[in-house]
Design a protein around this ligand. Structure first.
Ligand code: PLP
Length: 378
């Protein structure tokens, strides 16, 4: 059998990873400024994480959601504590798309409405409702076209005000920081306005923190820079440091009932062990503070590079470097000459930097030196 060929691949085969480094099958070392797409939060192969997962596998890897799984409660309590949402409820699933799908479904169950507002450039995943609110018609099949969605420009308060003249809005879904769009930040004032309009109209506010959550932005959630409290918050990527796990944080006003939501694999023993280990390391190693420190350093140093750089955007360790030209050649040079992984984005000019939150000064300096050299010699 052949693989279904949907991923453009680099001819690199990583076989081992530790902290912020990967090694390929030829023993070549790479610095990871991509984090496997913002997934590696506490660094590759963290001993606490490996130990916890290994011990859990030895005891019990999986049993269904029909029995007591105290690890789920432990995870919910820790997540509530660290994120500041201790009064919320947690529904566990397996991927970012699934978390968003459940958020949209729960919003619609709650107010019995269908119309959703999303934003230009948004990416929320590839399941049916999640892809309907994703701003990319190319990956939407005819089957996914029957959802009622309005796309608005990000940070356009007039357009928002105008859209809220309708009284049938079910939900608004917005990323804490738009990732795939090329690191685009919603303004705090815009998010506050959004929250007010939702409250007035009975629409539910869904914050997609799949990429921007878990300390990446320098707060547990990126929306916390705006001081808002959304009705529903989704998390995935950094939550399991590579183990597939996702979550939906649910305001107490939503009442659960048997079978309202469900999944076979969501919240399994291994996923919870991984997610608990991640939160323990984030707290113990003060990784959110590190994200602020290293992010501020990278942002200020990158802003000093004038040649070829149009704009540097971001918060914490979620940074977009917009070049004055297509970024592909620069990313290739970083990867094949300097051995540094970076991320692309839908904006062909923007490079995304999403390193593990354990990044140290020496790693940032190596990246800055390499990036500076590439830009100088173009
Ligand atoms: N939401 C955001 C903001 C994302 O960046 C992604 C993935 O890139 C998703 C949702 C979908 O997550 P998954 O690929 O785990 O379904």
């Amino acid at each position: 059998m052949q693989l279904f060929d949907v991923y453009p691949l680099y001819d690199i085969e990583p076989v081992r990873a530790r902290e912020v480094y990967l090694w390929d099958k030829n023993g070549v070392q790479y610095l990871d400024f991509y984090g496997g797409h913002a997934v590696i939060s506490i660094g590759h192969g963290h001993p606490h994480y490996v130990g916890k997962l290994t011990a859990q596998l030895d005891h019990l890897g999986f049993y269904s959601n029909s029995v007591q799984i105290p690890l789920q409660k432990e995870l919910a309590a820790m997540l509530g504590e660290l994120s500041g949402y201790h009064d919320y409820q947690l529904f566990l699933s397996n991927s970012g798309a699934e978390a968003n799908e459940n958020a949209l479904k729960l919003a619609s169950f709650h107010n019995r409405r269908k119309l959703v507002i999303a934003f230009n450039g948004a990416f929320h995943g590839r399941t049916s409702a999640a892809i309907a609110v994703t701003d990319n018609p190319k990956i939407r099949a005819p089957l996914n076209e029957n959802h009622e969605v309005i796309f608005l420009p990000l940070n356009d308060e007039t357009a928002l005000q105008h859209a809220f003249q309708r009284d049938n809005i079910c939900a608004v879904i917005i990323e804490g920081i738009q990732g795939l769009a090329g690191i685009r930040l919603p303004e705090p004032q815009f998010l506050q306005k959004l929250q007010n309009l939702c409250e007035q109209s009975g629409a539910l506010l869904i914050l997609d923190e799949v990429q921007s959550g878990y300390g990446r932005s320098g707060k547990f959630f990126a929306h916390q820079f705006a001081g808002i409290r959304p009705d529903l918050i989704t998390v995935a990527k950094g939550m399991g440091n590579g183990f597939p796990v996702a979550g939906l944080l649910i305001n107490p006003k939503f009442k659960a009932s048997p079978s309202l939501l469900g999944t076979t694999f969501g919240g399994n023993h291994l996923a919870c062990a991984a997610a608990v280990a991640v939160l323990e390391v984030i707290a113990q190693e003060k990784l959110i503070e590190n994200s602020v420190k290293m992010g501020d350093y990278l942002l200020s140093e990158l802003q000093k590079i004038k040649k070829g750089v149009k704009e540097v955007r971001g918060r914490g360790l979620m940074i977009g470097v917009e070049l004055e030209f297509a970024s592909d050649a620069v990313r290739k040079k970083l990867l094949f000459e300097h051995r540094i992984f970076t991320g692309s984005s839908h904006d062909p000019n923007t490079i995304r930097l999403l390193p593990p939150l354990t990044l140290k000064q020496e790693h940032a300096d190596r990246f800055l030196e390499s990036f500076g050299a590439v830009m100088k010699n173009l």
